[in-house]
Design a protein around this ligand. Structure first.
Ligand code: PLP
Length: 410
């Protein structure tokens, strides 16, 4: 008899993106001539930066020589990439992070899920609502939750609403939690966290011995110079936070695959509630990666390294600026069409209040049928996302402008 991981059976049947795909497919069959504009899934559209392509081509040629061939690399990533990351993303911003604390991987989606491997099953876990679904579903799969409730929330998880009523701020919970997932700039709301707000979370985590899992996948889209790009810009974060970063959104690596996770050496946990002894999370993550992961390809790591060259930095800046101009067009046009819009100023997502409080999925169907535009219903990201709708700025200028004139014509 084969037994399956029964936790998977607790997952909600209609996962967001398959349900969107199902509705779009049905619409396409009923309306064969319609030209759809997809502003739904958060995937980039613009070509890879030249600097990254050149570096990867050179790396392929190296691999074709006896001297330049590379087999398995270090599981944690090549030291030249870890050093470039530590220096450019952290030390130059005044964050005390060393190359040894950077773990290169093939994605932050997997890292933010795999991190649960080194964490116990008795932790009280908090997520924001709405939220990047990966954090919740990974906890369900691991058995860290009970059953799903009618609201779509899971028993055993602590939800922190981020809505217009609280200015999209993740407020400190009134009872202790052990693990908190935070993502800023936020997917899906496009909201940001100030250094002061992150400071409140760091103080909370230090006081309660909790761990913050900070997802900074969208830091490159920050336009406001006063906003923190990393949680390590806050004093004390080395003792309470792991940070996830990715080359997916800034450098267009969604299909190329490279990311990294920062695990400071100060981070500690305990093996049991009674245990007096501290266990190093850095040691455990290092061990986990060495056992279950064989590294990112040499070629791709060379491509990621090129992001930090001066040409690479300029090209990445141009890419993020391009998407942020899209976001600004979306914000402006939708506001002119009378919609309430949030986000999109320091993040590539615009979060829209549905008109007349109509249901998120009804608004999805309305835009699909009337304007042939695909967006993402807010309720797919959590119960508190009901009544909201996400449009992504990842698209060509033409498509964005077309989509906006279609909405204005409604
Ligand atoms: C896109 C995204 C990532 C990046 O995931 P990769 O696996 O590195 O492509 C991480 N977190 C959030 C919230 C995202 O939206």
């Amino acid at each position: 008899m084969v037994l399956v991981n029964a936790n998977y059976l607790k997952l909600q049947a209609g996962y967001l993106f398959p349900e969107i795909a199902r509705r779009v497919k049905a619409f396409g069959i009923a309306n064969p001539g319609a030209s759809l504009i997809r502003l739904g899934i958060g995937d980039v559209t613009e070509p890879l930066p030249q600097a990254c392509r050149s570096a990867m081509k050179a790396a392929i040629d190296e691999m074709g020589t006896l001297e330049g061939f590379h087999g398995y690399g270090p599981e944690q990533g090549y030291s030249w990439l870890r050093e470039a990351i530590a220096k450019n993303d952290y030390q130059l911003r005044g964050c005390d992070i060393s190359a040894e604390e950077i773990f290169v991987s093939d994605g932050s989606k997997c890292d933010s899920s795999n991190i649960l491997d080194i964490l116990g099953d008795q932790n009280r876990i908090a997520v924001t609502d709405p939220v990047y679904p990966v954090y919740v579903d990974s906890n369900v799969m691991k058995g860290n939750t009970g059953q799903v409730l009618d609201s779509g929330r899971y028993q055993g998880l602590f939800y922190i609403p981020i809505t217009v009523e609280n200015n999209f701020e993740a407020r400190i919970p009134d009872h202790p939690v052990d693990i908190i997932y935070l993502c800023f700039p936020n997917n899906p709301t496009g909201a940001v966290a100030s250094k002061k707000q992150l400071g409140l979370w760091v103080d909370y985590a230090l006081k309660n011995n909790s761990l913050i899992l900070f997802d900074a996948a969208y830091e490159a889209f920050i336009q406001d110079n006063n906003l923190p790009h990393s949680i390590y810009e806050v004093d004390g974060a080395r003792e309470c936070a792991i940070e996830f970063r990715s080359f997916s959104k800034n450098a267009g690596f969604t299909g190329t695959r490279c990311a990294f996770t920062v695990v400071p050496k100060e981070l500690k946990g305990k093996s049991t509630l009674e245990s007096k002894e501290d266990v190093s999370l850095w040691e455990l993550w290092s061990r986990r990666q060495s056992t279950k992961f064989n590294g990112v390809s040499y070629i791709v790591q060379r491509g990621a390294e090129a992001v930090y060259s001066s040409a690479g930095q300029a090209q990445v800046k141009a890419l993020t600026s391009f998407y942020m101009e899209n976001a600004s067009i979306i914000r402006k046009e939708l506001a002119m069409a009378g919609l309430k819009v949030y986000g999109g100023e320091n993040a590539p997502y615009v979060w829209i209040k549905t008109p007349d409080d109509i249901d998120s999925w009804d608004f999805f169907d309305y835009l699909l049928n009337q304007a042939n535009i695909v967006g993402t219903p807010g309720s797919g990201f959590g119960a508190s996302g009901e009544g909201y709708f996400r449009l992504s700025a990842f698209n060509s200028r033409n498509n964005v402008e077309d989509a906006m004139s279609r909405i204005k014509a409604l």
